[in-house]
Design a binder for this molecule. Structure first.
Ligand code: CAA
Length: 278
C-alpha cells in the first residue's frame, strides 16, 4: 500500500480500501497537499482490481473541518479564478467504484470531502468536509457528527459543490438555511433531512458499519455495481426521459455479461451466484 503524509490507507478486507484522513493538528482541514493525498489514494484504490468499494473517514473529532482557511486567506481573485481553485475536488465524484463516507465529528460541507466541516466517519463534516462527504455515494454518521456549511461566516460561500449537491439532496429551503446562516446540524437532524443514510448507534462504531457495507457492495458483481452507480448519478444530470433511456440501455448491455447469466442461472438453480466480474 502506498504511503501518504496526510492519509492512511489500509485494507480491512481484501476487497475494501479504507482511506483515513490524517491531518490531526488542523482537524483534517483540506490544504492542497492533503487533498492531493486523498484524491491519489482514492484513485489508486479505484484502479486496483482487488478493490470493490472504498470507505473514507476522518477522526473521531473531525471528518474534515473544511478547506484550509489559513492556506486560502491571502488568495486573490485572480489566483483563485485563473487556477480554477477547487475544480480538482471533482475527481472524487468521478471515481467508478462506490465510496462510503463514515463521518464523525465535524464535517463542514465540501464533503465528499466537504466543509460543513466534514467529519466523515461522519462524526462530523464542515464546509469542504461536508462537500467532500457529499461526493461519496453513501454516507453514514456517528452520533457525534456535526455537519454544516459555515463559509458564510468567512465572507464566502461553499466552493466545493455544497450549494449544488446539498440542494439536490435535501431541497432548496434547508440548503438555503445551512448556506445562509452557517448553522451546524447534528447527526439526528442530518438523518431526518436525508443528508446521511443513517446514524450508526451500534457500539462497534461508524467505521466498522461503513466497512461492513463496503464489503457487501464489494461482494456483488462489479460490472453491475459500476452500472448501478453510473445510472443513479445520471439522475442528477439528465431529464427524466433521458435518464430512463440511459438506465434501460445500461440494463440491456448487462445481458452481454457473464455475471448476468450466472446471476439468473444461480437463482433458477437455487444456489448462490459466483461472480467473475465479467
Ligand atoms: N482551516 C485551517 N485550520 C483549521 C481549520 C480550517 N478549516 N479548522 C480547524 N483548523 C485548525 C485550527 O486553526 C487549530 O489550529 P491551531 O491549533 O494551530 O490553532 C486546530 O485546527 C484545532 O482547531 P480549533 O482549536 O478551532 O478546534 P475547536 O474544537 O475549538 O473547533 C471547529 C473546531 C468548530 C471545527 C473549528 O476549528 C472551526 O470552526 N473550523 C473552521 C470550520 C470552517 O469554517 N470550515 C469551512 C472552511 S471554508 C471552505 O471549506 C470553503 C469551501 O467550500 C471549500
Amino acid at each position: 500500500l502506498a504511503y501518504y503524509e496526510n492519509v492512511i490507507v489500509s485494507k480491512p478486507d481484501p476487497a475494501v480500501a479504507l482511506i483515513t484522513l490524517n491531518r490531526p493538528n488542523a482537524l483534517n482541514a483540506l490544504n492542497a497537499a492533503h487533498f492531493n493525498d486523498i484524491s491519489s489514494a482514492l484513485r489508486e484504490a479505484d484502479q486496483d482490481p482487488a478493490t470493490g468499494a472504498m470507505v473514507i473517514t476522518g477522526s473521531d473529532k473531525a471528518f474534515a473541518a473544511g478547506a484550509d482557511i489559513k492556506e486560502m486567506k491571502d488568495k486573490t481573485f485572480a489566483e483563485a479564478y485563473t487556477s480554477n481553485y477547487l475544480a480538482n475536488w471533482e475527481v472524487i465524484a468521478k471515481l467508478r467504484k462506490p465510496v462510503i463516507a463514515a463521518v464523525s465529528g465535524y464535517a463542514h460541507c465540501h464533503t465528499s470531502l466537504g466543509n460543513v466541516a466534514i467529519y466523515v466517519t461522519l462524526v462530523g463534516k464542515l464546509g469542504g468536509g461536508l462537500e467532500l462527504a457529499l461526493q461519496a455515494d453513501i454516507l453514514l454518521a456517528a452520533p457525534s457528527a456535526k455537519l454544516g456549511q459555515p463559509e458564510i461566516n468567512l465572507g464566502v460561500i461553499p466552493g466545493g459543490g455544497g450549494t449544488q449537491r446539498l440542494a439536490r439532496l435535501i431541497g432548496k429551503s434547508r440548503t438555503m438555511e445551512m448556506v445562509l446562516t452557517g448553522r451546524i446540524i447534528d447527526a439526528e437532524e442530518a438523518e431526518r433531512w436525508g443528508l446521511v443514510n443513517r446514524v450508526v448507534r451500534e457500539d462497534s462504531g461508524v467505521v466498522d458499519a461503513a466497512i461492513k457495507l463496503a464489503k457487501e457492495v464489494a461482494s456483488k458483481g462489479r460490472v453491475a455495481v459500476t452500472a448501478g452507480k453510473e445510472a443513479v448519478n445520471a439522475a442528477f444530470e439528465l431529464s427524466l426521459s433521458e435518464g430512463l433511456r440511459f438506465e434501460r440501455r445500461l440494463f440491456h448491455s448487462l445481458f452481454a455479461t457473464k455475471d448476468q447469466k450466472e446471476g439468473m442461472t444461480a437463482f433458477a438453480e437455487k444456489r448462490k451466484p459466483e461472480w467473475t466480474h465479467s
